[in-house]
Design a protein around this ligand. Structure first.
Ligand code: 87F
Length: 514
């Protein structure tokens, strides 16, 4: 190990993870978390996203700086999703950030409950604006007047648009990076069809892409399903979602939504067309979105007491190569081995980098890259060099294996795939272990206390859901429906609702949620 001079990191903090000097004493490294995931989840989370260099807190509460470590993940997800929707003939557009009050208020029912969250611009310089303008919280009311203008006949349909943008919702309940922020990034898709069938089909196609984003990219298992009448988007006909679960807090989290809006907005905004028979008809619309919340869910699911754990598919750096100098060994030749290892991996399309900084000891660097969640670390020391091999260490489970230089390409590629799959499998196992089937009220309350993800037979009545909410209201928030999974277990004839005792209509997931 390096030890000795000049290797003390700039910052010094309460904790000292990792690095030991050659004398074997723990050094103050300024690295490491002061909170554990099980001990204080909220503090742990904000420490992980800041020390993992994803987020910097900003002066304005609820607003966060998204650092490159975050934006790369966002871009990788975008590079999957955008071509997929382009295959579906969805076109990119961009509408303005500002909305006039007039237009915003047009769909009254829709905006009513949301009004407190709308942010307004009222001044420019020293003078008040003649009329205040709102900042988009979503773009239905921004876009649909133009849908009305652009759609004339059936040949103008379908109209399928998507925009990548930011939105502002002035939330008041505890802001959390990624999960609940006042400004966030998303894509919002808005489409119009001649028939309900086409709209229905698209809702599910988009939902499947959201499932793939979570499961194939973020290695987070989700449930696809339908929202209850109470939890759906009030302006629409029905809402589908992918729901994730955070075992440590026992909370569900809506991962992304795909709505069929029906004809509500078409009525409001006069979005009509002349059909093939020459008759006037109203369009069927959808809207759908996923946001930077996806990244927060991923951090919450995979992170551990050493920091972030990133799935290889989305990590900006997939392999970090670190040289391990030793007393009299030839540092130059080990460094060269690192550089050529990086080159071999990069040539294969693997995102590899070397950390050859000499002012930090290897142990400090291990902790640093563990904090940032890099999936695989490769160490090269004099012995490895002599044996023509490298040592690989997995971030997700700490497993160490020696890889002969000759096998580097194959083995590393294989390991990254294995890590991706294994992270999903482990997350799914943990999620599934939290699922509790409850058939009575007492079982339900007990499971809720144990932070379970509850699957219960339900009569599907709004009044009953309201009652469950009221009865479970407490410090940690009320229980509500998350979704009714499309994959329904068998519901035997005569099964009763856990809450009302009436005949059950479906299985539904319940829990506290973000
Ligand atoms: C906050 C303020 C004003 C949510 C809001 O889910 C309006 C709204 O309409 C609002 N918060 N919503 C619902 C958004 C529905 C819908 N919009 C397009 C989506 C997907 C993308």
């Amino acid at each position: 190990m390096a030890g000795g001079k000049g290797d003390k990191p700039a910052k010094s903090d309460k904790s000292a993870a990792g690095a030991k000097s050659s004398k074997g004493r723990k050094k103050e490294t300024g690295l490491g978390l002061t909170n554990t995931k099980d001990g204080n989840f909220g503090e742990w989370y904000s420490e992980v996203v800041t020390k993992g260099e994803m987020i910097e807190y900003y002066e304005i509460s609820g607003c966060y700086i998204l650092r490159p470590w975050t934006m790369t993940i966002w871009e990788i997800m975008q590079n999957f999703f955008d071509p997929e929707i382009k295959k579906m003939k969805i076109k990119t557009c961009y509408f303005p950030l500002f909305v006039s009050n007039n237009v915003l208020q047009k769909e009254k029912d829709h905006i009513e409950g949301f009004a407190p969250e709308v942010a307004w611009v009222t001044r420019s310089g020293d003078s008040d604006l003649e009329v205040p303008i709102a900042i988009r919280p979503t773009s239905e009311t921004v876009m649909y007047p133009y849908f009305s203008k652009w759609i004339r006949g059936h040949r103008d349909l379908p109209l399928k648009l998507n925009q990548w943008c930011n939105v502002v919702r002035w939330e008041f309940s505890n802001p959390t990076p990624f999960i609940r922020s006042r400004e966030f990034l998303w894509q919002e898709g808005h489409t119009a069809f001649a028939t309900k069938e086409e709209a229905d089909t698209e809702v599910l196609e988009i939902l499947e892409l959201y499932r793939r984003l979570y499961e194939e990219y973020l290695a987070v298992p989700v449930v696809k399903g339908k929202k209850s009448e109470m939890e759906k988007f009030a302006g629409g006909l029905y809402t589908t979602s992918v729901e994730a679960f955070i075992p440590n807090t026992g909370r569900g989290v809506q991962g992304a939504t795909s709505h069929c809006l029906g004809q509500n907005f078409a009525k409001m905004f006069d979005i009509n067309f002349e059909d093939e028979k020459g008759e006037k008809a109203m369009v069927w619309q959808n809207s759908w979105a996923y946001s930077t919340r996806t990244i927060g869910v991923m951090v919450m699911v995979h992170g551990d007491d050493k920091g972030l754990v990133l799935p290889p598919k989305v990590s900006a750096v997939q392999v970090i190569v670190i040289h391990v100098p030793y007393k009299d060994a030839d540092v130059k030749e080990i460094m060269n081995a690192c550089t050529s290892t990086v080159k071999t991996l990069c040539d294969l399309g693997i995102r590899a980098e070397a950390d050859l900084r000499e002012n930090y000891p290897p142990g400090w660097k291990y902790s640093h890259w563990e904090m940032k969640g890099v999936p695989l670390r490769i160490e090269i020391g004099p012995k490895d060099f002599a044996n023509n091999q490298v040592r690989a260490v997995r971030r997700d489970n700490g497993e160490k294996i020696d890889i002969p230089m000759a096998d580097l390409a194959d083995k590393v590629k294989g390991m990254l795939d294995t890590i991706q799959q294994s992270m999903f499998d482990v997350a799914k196992q943990k999620r599934d272990a939290c699922i509790q089937v409850t058939k009575t009220w007492d079982e339900f309350i007990e499971a809720l206390g144990q932070k379970k993800l509850i699957l219960a037979p339900w009569c599907d009545e709004e009044e009953v859901e309201k009652e469950v909410k009221t009865k479970t209201k407490g410090e940690t928030g009320a229980a509500k429906t998350l979704c009714s999974p499309f994959e329904q277990p068998e519901l035997p004839e005569g099964t009763l609702c856990f809450a009302s005792g009436k005949p059950a209509k479906k299985w539904t997931y319940w829990g506290r949620s973000y």
